[in-house]
Design a protein around this ligand. Structure first.
Ligand SMILES: [Fe+2]
Ligand SMILES: [Fe+2]
Length: 274
């Protein structure tokens, strides 16, 4: 599992960084790209450094519509093999906006459904989908009793109006390793604890590894305390590799409670093997 694009890069690394995320998941025979970063420029540069020809990618999966996860798609389309499957939630194509000040800005997909369908095989499903043997999408995180990983300025189009983004499109990937699960998050807008509960319920195994963007930037100190309590009580949890939108305060809080189980530096070029 290689981090291809992240907000951070290691000192002197030849990889390029940008606010965004992309991962490559490889088995002995197959390759899946999960998210595409913010730009084709960074994505294609980093794939080239990893010696990965995009034409050899067997499947794409998209965590959610936001530009920092889908911005590399238009450039990637010119390089992937025709008919490559793309796994995502059907709500991926809804218009998404961000309103911090002034007029709302578009922050969703920069490529139309028709353009994607012309190049790729769209596998859109709110239920969990098997991408490769042992590699699944989580499907939609429908039960959300815990706080979501949202931001007040995220909006979506519903009919003629703009409403708070419900993040129905948000999903993560799950890798089954023996009796344990590895969770790979995009932005975790559905909420980290909601996602963890959904995955352990749906896949009936304990989670050993959590990685990716955990979107805890808007979490309060009480939220962080609650999250660290829950993670501390997860009997099989061995490692957490937070990156992208996790947030500095969350990283510090997690490290204070969980110590060396929290690993920094899951940035572009880092490889995890399972
Ligand atoms: Fe996002
Ligand atoms: Fe993100």
């Amino acid at each position: 599992m290689t981090c291809v694009v992240d907000d951070a890069v290691q000192r002197s690394s030849p990889f390029w960084g940008e606010h965004g995320l992309a991962f490559l998941i490889e088995s002995e025979a197959e390759r899946v790209l999960f998210d595409t970063g913010q730009s084709g420029t960074v994505l294609l540069h980093n794939l080239e450094l990893l010696d990965v020809d995009p034409a050899t990618i067997d499947a794409l999966a998209i965590s959610h519509a936001h530009y920092d996860h889908t911005g590399g798609l238009p450039a990637l389309l010119e390089h992937v093999s025709p008919g490559t499957p793309l796994y995502a939630n059907p709500d991926l194509f809804r218009e998404r906006l961000s309103r911090r000040e002034g007029e709302p800005q578009a922050v969703g997909l920069s490529v139309t459904r028709e353009a994607l369908a012309a190049h790729l095989t769209l596998c859109l499903n709110a239920a969990a989908q098997e991408i490769l043997p042992r590699l699944w999408t989580t499907g939609e995180i429908t039960e959300r009793p815990e706080p979501e990983g949202g931001s007040d300025y995220h909006l979506m189009r519903e009919g003629d109006s703009l409403v708070a983004d419900a993040y129905r499109d948000d999903m993560a990937l799950v890798l089954q390793t023996g009796e344990r699960l590895v969770l790979l998050c995009g932005c975790c807008h559905a909420g980290l604890l909601n996602t963890l509960a959904h995955v352990e319920r749906a896949f009936e195994r304990p989670i050993a590894v959590i990685s990716g963007g955990l979107h805890l930037t808007s979490a309060t100190l009480d939220d962080l305390q609650h999250i660290t309590d829950v993670l501390s009580a997860m009997p099989a949890l061995q490692r957490v590799y937070p990156n992208h939108c996790t947030g500095e305060a969350a990283f510090v809080a997690l490290t204070q409670v969980l110590g060396p189980s929290i690993v920094r530096a899951y940035s572009a070029g880092t490889v995890l093997e399972f």
